[in-house]
Design a protein around this ligand. Structure first.
Ligand SMILES: Nc1ncnc2c1ncn2[C@@H]1O[C@H](COP(=O)(O)OP(=O)(O)O)[C@@H](O)[C@H]1O
Ligand SMILES: [Mg+2]
Length: 393
């Protein structure tokens, strides 16, 4: 433990300040997270005399850590090393939010040997969490030394400070990425909405032409016939009027049907839970279990969830060959969670062939309202669609 290998020892406030300043400069000058992470790893290793420095970032959806950057030669491994939360020292630090100082890794139960990271070359490891207030760790910063050494409180403090700064940058870049995804979903959704609108207009025109207009035309013939009928033959008159009445009812049904296709009126009449229930119950030959909690949602969230449920159930009817489907809607913290699960044939992970917009559309609808869409399916093991949308307060 020579003094030169401990440049951030107690009393070395100047160097510590210089490091923090350079990290701040770097974070504000560079918006590309990968490069930020890379440079910070180098700054830390330079300032602490560490022989290698790694930055792992938490992917909260996949519940794992990914190596995002490191000092050379390990920088080439960025993106290739993944650890579960709780796995290895970095996983433990991400899980507990506590720093770890490991001097004897082979006897430390948290240590996980990953050949590519050449753990055998290093004797001392410090791992600190990148903490965000109220959110736990968004990543982990690891420093490794070849030689055995003491790690001072001051060094640990410094590493934790650097990690906190990195946490802010990571969080910003994640928010930015999410925003960019929503923007892309919005653009693609807008395009498809216009196409859908055109298709909808054609459908409406066809519905009106083939259905309503035809019925109204024959209705007018029957009324003409009633007027022209001999008043001495009231039976003839009432027969024509009956036919006219029945055509009128048919036309009314057609109009209602056409309007329903445009906007699910059931949402206004019955609410989302009953609306989804009636969709589920209308599946033929499939046992349904529904567990739907009435949740107060804005109109556009209701429409989004209704349309997603409708498409998911249509897919069950068209593709799944299922005997059972379970539909649930409930509130979990500040999210509404909709799930549609069938016990049908399932599908392989291949992207759907061109021209199939159901799954894409469900995903876009969910993302458009800030939600997350997931589909779990394997051949022979059924399909489950899960949508989580945030409920604004
Ligand atoms: N519940 C399901 N069970 C089995 N296969 C499904 C299910 N949902 C979707 N699929 C498969 O995924 C494909 C794409 O679905 P989708 O995007 O909704 O388009 P479409 O329904 O028009 O085919 C379907 O053609 C079908 O092969
Ligand atoms: Mg479909």
């Amino acid at each position: 433990m020579s003094a030169s290998r401990s440049p951030l020892g107690t009393g070395d406030g100047q160097r510590r300040l210089a490091l923090l300043r350079r990290v701040v400069e770097d974070l504000s000058a560079e918006s590309n997270l990968d490069r930020v992470v890379e440079t910070v790893a180098e700054l830390v290793s330079e300032a602490t005399g560490a022989d290698a420095c790694f930055v792992h970032i938490v992917d909260s959806e996949r519940r794992e850590l990914t190596l995002a950057g490191a000092t050379p030669p390990f920088d080439s491994l960025a993106g290739t090393i993944r650890l579960g939360i709780g796995e290895g020292v970095a996983g433990w630090v991400a899980m507990t939010g506590k720093p770890a100082v490991v001097r004897d890794k082979w006897s430390d139960p948290r240590y996980l040997y990953i050949p590519a990271l050449k753990g055998e070359e290093f004797s001392c490891l410090v791992s600190v969490p990148m903490m965000r207030r109220n959110q736990g760790a968004v990543g982990v910063l690891n420093a490794h030394w070849r030689e055995q050494r003491e790690v001072t409180e001051a060094e640990l403090d410094t590493l934790e400070d650097v990690a906190k700064m990195l946490a802010g940058a990571v969080e910003n870049s994640l928010l930015y990425k999410r925003l960019a995804e929503r923007e892309a979903a919005l653009a693609s959704f807008a395009g498809r909405t216009i196409e859908a609108q055109e298709a909808e207009r054609r459908r409406l025109a066809a519905d009106i032409h083939d259905g309503v207009a035809q019925r109204l035309l024959s209705l007018s013939y029957h009324l003409d016939a009633a007027r022209a009928a001999n008043p001495e033959e009231p039976e003839q008159v009432s027969k024509e009027l009956d036919s006219a009445m029945s055509l009128l009812r048919g036309a009314l049904d057609e109009v209602r049907g056409a309007i329903d296709g445009l906007r699910p009126g059931v949402l206004d009449d019955l609410g989302l839970d009953a609306g989804i229930e009636s969709l589920a119950r209308s599946l033929v030959g499939v046992n349904t279990r529904v567990d739907l909690e009435p949740i107060a949602l804005s109109e556009h969230l209701e429409t989004a969830l209704y349309r997603i449920a409708q498409e998911a159930l249509q897919n069950v009817a068209r593709h799944a060959k299922a005997s059972f489907v379970s539909v649930s809607l409930h509130k979990a913290e500040d999210k509404a969670v909709l799930s549609v699960a069938d016990n049908g044939v399932g599908m392989a992970g291949d992207p759907p062939p061109h021209g199939h917009y159901g799954i894409v559309g469900m995903k876009e609808r969910a993302e458009l309202v800030g939600g997350v869409f997931e589909i779990f399916s394997r051949p022979g093991e059924g399909t489950r669609v899960v949508v989580r949308v945030p409920i604004p307060n």
